[in-house]
Design a protein around this ligand. Structure first.
Ligand code: AMP
Ligand code: GLY
Length: 422
């Protein structure tokens, strides 16, 4: 098959490697890709948000299956465009991608479908939002409804903080148009869990459940980031818990989207807060594979990935996915200054003798003119280790990350700390 992967981060490197391993006869293209994907696929120099040129690339390379990694091209309607041209595309149409690109829409869908989530109200004017906040219990959460690169949710200990957050979003337009509509919701208690389901719009096939680590510093302190690490599978995601998530969250949401003429094909990602009483409350939906969860999950797939993505894309019955036993832990190496800024053009040294079971995914790297690999973004590399036990995978990932050098690098040595404590 001729396969195009859209995107250029660690997630897309992991998809490219998994697709290449699926069957060596696949011809794999990545747009725009990165120095990591260049070693296993053909990079196509088209940005992930240039819908016209991506559609041209699909024609030019006679692509059989397009896998869309990031949310932005999905929200911009890349899937709609390719479908209109008769192409097979793994990723939802824009109307369904709105489950991520509009938190207000996601809340409406969940309310209609009876999906458990925090009680909330949606506002498009500051006056009403502030009046609601003034009557709300503490703590509370204020969110920009639109896409804000993972930074649009503010957990507020006090009403005063919530007023400030609302003012920054609607008043100061800190997130641009993404904050013109905001959602104010109850604070949820529990443990977070990421569950990703491959779906043809009717049935779901779950990928191993994962836990992300959004805070910059060990012990889950410091500012929120795009994700400093992840691991899978997660012990608390027992078969019984996963069955509840399928029946109470994923299937009702897919049915409601279908009723609204927004059938969803691709990966529906439920970011959940698991209440101690077992209720899987939805914190957010994403319309795509998570990053860095994908870098932990895809190395656990033994076979069947491309057949599954292709069937979901076509709306066909979903074939099984075969998984490896064992665990995967991913440690992200980030640039100096991240998440506020990112120091670029710093040379990177990756040892040539990292142990078996370790894979280094490129997220924010580039080659300088002289060929030296340098940093090119906030999250630079994602170091995944797969091993028979969680503890072994954790040690391998941490030790390999520690051996990769670039000036000012930041990483957490405690990825999966909750799992170690169980
Ligand atoms: P989001 O961008 O909606 O995924 O939110 C980012 C992070 O903020 C989540 O991963 C949670 O840690 C936290 N968060 C968001 N909404 C809530 C909520 N209602 N209650 C508690 N924590 C939340
Ligand atoms: N890791 C969370 C996300 O991909 O949005």
């Amino acid at each position: 098959m001729r396969i195009l992967i859209v995107g250029g981060g660690g997630r897309e490197h992991a998809i490219a490697l998994a697709v290449a391993a699926d069957d060596p006869s696949h011809l794999v293209y990545v747009a725009p890709g990165n120095p990591g994907t260049a070693t296993i696929a053909t990079n196509v120099p088209v940005p992930a948000d240039d819908i016209d040129r991506l559609a041209d690339a699909v024609d030019m390379y006679a692509i059989d299956l397009t896998i869309i990694g990031p949310e932005v091209p999905l929200a911009l309607g890349l899937a709609d465009r390719l479908l209109a041209e008769g192409r097979v595309v793994f990723g939802p149409i824009a109307a369904a991608a709105a489950i991520e690109s509009s938190k207000a829409f996601a809340k409406e869908v969940m309310a209609a479908a009876g999906v458990p989530t925090a009680a909330s109200r949606t506002f498009d004017n500051l006056h009403d939002a502030l009046a609601f906040i003034d009557r709300h219990d503490e703590p509370l959460v204020v969110k920009a409804s639109g896409l804000a690169a993972g930074k649009g949710a503010v957990v507020c200990a006090t009403r005063l903080e919530a007023r400030e957050a609302a003012r920054e979003m609607i008043g100061d337009r800190r997130f641009g148009s993404a904050g013109d509509v905001i959602v104010v919701e109850d604070f949820l208690v529990g443990e977070e869990l990421s569950v990703m389901a491959v779906t043809n719009g009717r049935e779901v096939r779950l990928l191993p459940a994962a836990q992300d680590h959004k805070r910059l510093l060990e012990g889950d302190h410091g500012p929120n980031t795009g994700g400093m690490g992840a691991y899978a599978p997660v012990k608390i995601a027992t078969p019984g818990v996963l069955a509840r998530i399928v029946n109470e969250v994923l299937l009702p949401t897919l049915q409601e989207l279908a009723v609204r003429d927004a059938p969803f094909r691709g990966v529906l990602y439920a970011g959940l807060m698991m209440h101690p009483d077992g209720t899987p409350n939805v914190v957010e939906f994403n319309c795509r594979l998570g990053d860095p969860e994908t870098e932990a999950i895809l190395p656990l797939v033994k076979s069947g990935l491309v057949a599954l993505f292709d069937a979901a894309a076509r709306g066909a019955p979903l074939p099984p996915l075969e998984l490896h036993d064992g665990a995967a832990v991913t440690t992200v190496l980030a640039s100096e200054g991240y998440p506020e800024s990112a120091r670029k053009d710093v040379s990177i040294t990756i040892p040539g003798d990292l142990p078996d079971g370790v894979t280094v995914y490129h997220a924010g790297t580039t080659h300088r003119d002289d060929g030296v690999l340098v940093t090119n973004g906030g999250r630079v590399l994602a170091v995944t280790a797969v091993a028979p036990t969680f503890a072994e995978a954790q040690a391998l990932s941490r030790d390999a990350a520690a051996r990769i050098q670039f000036q000012g690098r930041q990483f957490r040595r405690d990825i999966g700390w909750r799992e170690s404590n169980r």
